[in-house]
Design a binder for this molecule. Structure first.
Ligand code: GLP
Length: 258
């Protein structure tokens, strides 16, 4: 599929720096960009690079807005494993973004359906994200859209699969309960972004990345839907690209200099 560009990175640091360069280029060409942001361990290095570009004066988030993919149900923003906390720690508290322009679902809302509708309305009002960052779950999930019988539409509450709960247990204290549910943007909303960058690092995800980008498009592999998006850039390191041959990668690896 030629709508998917591949940026081959040497390692995690290189992937993170190349991803940050793309976001920085976006902010430089459109300071009031709407950034679709992701959590998980994969984008941490990208955020570190963005913070250092900000400190050097290369970029500003002052006019930018952000909309995040998902949040755990039941965790307050002050909880160290909440995605709000993650974003504050890794980006929002470190740069000049206006906090009122940063958006995540509220995992503590009593009325979950009403919170999903609120987030849907917000996404509608904000318009299409200029650039959406995604990570890849081990089972092919994007945001918290787990493998299922159909591709989801709008914001919804999901029961996390056992494998996702186990994968995310490493972030929680020993004995602490990992949330079983999350609020997540739907696949249709993610696909609404003008541009998508998918970050993948490490050999553990190599087979899944290859399957998602080149295999059957199926909701059992949620990331496979990206094959239908007109502008996807996969930034992955050498171990994560291990299952691709040269032709599949278009023979082209490129980077944007800031
Ligand atoms: C979580 C997040 C996803 C993320 C995935 C992979 O489930 N909801 O957005 O892509 O984990 O996380 P990691 O990057 O830590 O492997």
């Amino acid at each position: 599929m030629r709508n998917i560009n591949y940026i081959a990175a040497l390692d995690y640091q290189d992937m993170s720096s190349k991803a940050a360069q793309l976001i920085a280029a976006q902010l430089q060409s459109k300071p009031d960009s709407l950034l679709g942001l992701a959590t998980g361990s994969t984008p941490v290095g990208m955020y570190q690079n963005l913070v250092s570009l900000y400190r050097k004066g290369a970029i500003s988030f002052d006019q930018a807005s952000s909309v995040n993919l998902d949040e755990y149900v039941g965790l307050q923003g002050e909880h160290p494993q909440s995605y709000r906390y993650f974003m504050q720690q890794h980006l929002f508290d470190q740069v000049d973004i206006q906090l009122h322009n940063t958006h995540l679902p509220d995992g503590t809302a009593e009325d979950v359906a009403a919170e999903c509708s609120r987030y849907d309305r917000l996404i509608e009002e904000l318009g299409r994200a200029d650039i959406q960052v995604l990570g890849l779950g081990h089972n092919g999930h994007i945001a918290f859209n787990e493998p299922s019988q159909s591709f989801s539409g709008n914001t919804h509450c999901v029961a996390l699969t056992d494998s996702t709960i186990e994968a995310n247990r490493r972030f929680f204290k020993q004995g602490e309960q990992v949330p079983s549910h999350a609020l997540t943007m739907g696949i249709k909303q993610i696909m609404g972004a003008r541009q998508i960058i998918l970050l993948v690092s490490g050999g553990q995800k190599a087979q899944m990345l290859h399957r998602a980008m080149t295999g059957e498009i199926t909701p059992m592999v949620p990331a496979s839907v990206l094959q239908l998006h007109p502008c996807v850039t996969v930034i992955a390191d050498t171990p994560a690209l291990a299952c691709f041959d040269k032709e599949e990668l278009d023979g082209e690896a490129y980077a944007v200099e800031v």
